[in-house]
Design a protein around this ligand. Structure first.
Ligand SMILES: [Zn+2]
Length: 93
């Protein structure tokens, strides 16, 4: 069984212990795109808005949801135009 060669001084032991209570803090806040101070990691793309360096570089989950709802609304309007009489039968009367 490996054994430490020398006793760790009180100072060295306490220096190690001093770093154990630190938890990582979000250092940067995002103010690009739709964000208004969302915490993000430095030098990394914001996962909320997908912006980095003032440019959109990532398609986020929110973007996909928005696009999906647009496609659905467009499809619904197309159905309405194709069958206008079935949508409102007593509009002319
Ligand atoms: Zn952002």
């Amino acid at each position: 069984m490996p054994v430490p060669k020398r006793k760790l001084s009180r100072s060295r032991r306490d220096m190690r212990s001093a770093n154990k209570g630190i938890d990582p803090q979000p250092a940067n806040l995002c103010f690009e795109g739709s964000c208004n101070g969302t915490p993000k990691l430095p030098h990394q793309v914001c996962s909320v808005c997908g912006f980095y360096g003032g440019k959109k570089v990532l398609v986020t989950k929110t973007d996909r949801a928005l696009k999906r709802s647009e496609v659905r609304a467009e499809a619904a309007s197309r159905v309405k135009h194709a069958h206008p009489e079935s949508e409102s039968p007593d509009k002319e009367a």
